[in-house]
Design a protein around this ligand. Structure first.
Ligand SMILES: [Mn+2]
Length: 468
């Protein structure tokens, strides 16, 4: 017995995410699968991750409470490796079949309850929680696929893998588990003399990227916990001596308030370390006049917060830091004003980096400031898509030229990185500084909703919190 239905909520918390929809969860996932079937009209096979953390990198232990292919999570809420979903919109029988591994009592003794076939009770419970009525042993997948394929004549099967174009040339992510799955199925199709696979990526992302009301609620909850962690950090900042203490303190505050884990390991970069965009060492001491950049966030259900804040270690901005910081902040506000459904990420980039350059020219150079930037035109994109993943959507970011849709969530993260010097009121300042300020926005038809609006970011707000 996995557990009686009375205790199912607790038993399944780790391996089934209801997305905050409670009793409506089954309907919500079923609707998503139905929409995908409507859009594709073909037989489709979608795989979960084949193995858990450390499965291919046995030397690494990854702490990650949610470990699932985001497409599988989006369509079923199942947070367990080794599952496959078959969708068959043209079938006269069941139009969706979930394949899972068999029950393994030894494994359950080590790792806790898992969905699995092997006894009627267990199968019944998988059905009850996921809403998928037809659940079968994953060993049968190949045979069922072949049988269903023959029934739909010559129509190609659909599967998901990540592909796009980079500098005009087609390319794919070949290290992803989805690509391994694609290769495997293609091998079978060749031996069956069947037409090759069709990628369902476009329709899948079109359906998945706009957040629904549950997603927005979850995203706001992630913001709230992330923001509270940040506020507590600032109030206690004077007690901390180095980057790793900041990481430990902040992540501790955040993890105490979410069972869903971090969005990603935090970047905690003081002084010139903030000029390394993906700084991960987090092992340096501070100097008292430095700025510190932190990039952090948690998950709530399957939604992510992705926040960056930059502030002075001392709790007070020096005059040069304040000028540079406000250049970045102004650019962020310009992006936020421009962001809405119908606008492209490319257009946001244009206004963002123009505003930064203008700021450097008129607010810094004009008063005698000198600088050497760490990049040519721009350091990185101002926005990426967010959702089921912290970086969601096509990984080649071909979406940047597409008008955004209502409900898309994006980051808004202008930055300024380089070496800056200024002489002001008889005092000289010369620092290597990296400043990034990042909020998360949801697109609406008449503007955007800044989900991060309650997380302090003005000079005044930051200094006030740090002086408490
Ligand atoms: Mn980001």
């Amino acid at each position: 017995m996995i557990g009686s239905m009375k205790t199912s909520k607790k038993v399944y918390t780790g391996i089934f995410r209801d997305g905050g929809a409670g009793a409506f969860a089954k309907r919500r996932y079923r609707d998503r699968r139905k929409k995908l079937m409507m859009a594709e009209g073909r037989l489709m096979a979608i795989t979960g991750v084949p193995y858990g953390p450390g499965g291919k990198t046995t030397w690494a232990y990854a702490y990650c409470p949610t470990y699932q292919e985001p497409a599988m999570m989006y369509l079923t809420g199942i947070n367990q490796n080794n599952v496959i979903l078959l969708l068959d919109p043209n079938s006269k029988g069941s139009d969706e079949i979930l394949f899972v591994g068999s029950r393994d009592h030894v494994m359950e003794f080590w790792e806790g309850v898992r969905f699995g076939v092997g006894d009627d009770q267990s199968l019944k419970e998988v059905r009850t929680v996921t809403g998928i009525k037809d659940v079968r042993d994953i060993q049968e997948f190949k045979d069922v696929l072949k049988e269903r394929l023959l029934k739909q004549k010559k129509k190609p099967i659909g599967a998901l893998w990540l592909e796009g174009t980079r500098k005009g040339k087609p390319c794919a992510i070949t290290t992803d588990h989805n690509y391994d799955f694609k290769k495997k199925i293609e091998g079978w199709l060749r031996s069956w003399k069947a037409p090759t696979l069709q990628n369902i990526m476009k329709n899948h992302f079109e359906l998945r990227l706009p957040l629904d009301k549950y997603d927005v609620t979850n995203a706001l909850k992630a913001q709230e916990i992330t923001g509270n962690g940040f506020k507590v950090l600032l109030k206690n900042f004077r007690k901390l001596k180095n980057e790793c203490q900041v990481q430990g303190f902040l992540e501790g505050q955040m993890l105490m308030n979410t069972p869903f884990g971090l969005s990603y390991p935090s970047i905690v970069a003081s002084g010139s370390n903030a000029n390394i965009l993906h700084y991960t060492k987090n092992d340096d001491d501070f100097f008292k006049n430095e700025m510190i950049l932190i990039d952090f966030g948690i998950r709530w259900m399957t939604m992510h917060a992705d926040i960056t804040r930059t502030f002075p270690v001392s709790g007070r901005f020096n005059p040069m830091q304040k000028i540079l910081y406000e250049i970045v902040l102004k650019a962020q506000l310009v992006v936020q004003k421009k962001a809405r459904a119908g606008v492209t990420v490319d257009e946001l980039n244009t206004v963002c980096w123009e505003k930064i350059n203008q700021g450097l020219e008129y607010d810094f150079k004009a008063i005698g400031g000198k600088f050497k930037l760490k990049y040519k035109d721009r350091p990185h994109g101002v926005s990426h898509l967010m959702g089921e993943q912290e970086h969601d959507g096509d990984p080649f970011r071909n979406y940047a030229s597409v008008p955004m849709k209502p409900g898309w969530m994006i980051s808004n993260e202008p930055g300024l990185y380089g070496e800056f010097s200024l002489r002001l009121k008889g005092k000289s300042y010369d620092e290597k500084i990296g400043i990034r300020i990042e909020d998360n926005l949801v697109m609406r038809s008449n503007g955007c909703q800044n989900l991060s609006s309650k997380i302090p970011k003005t000079v005044k707000q930051l200094e006030k919190l740090m002086s408490q």
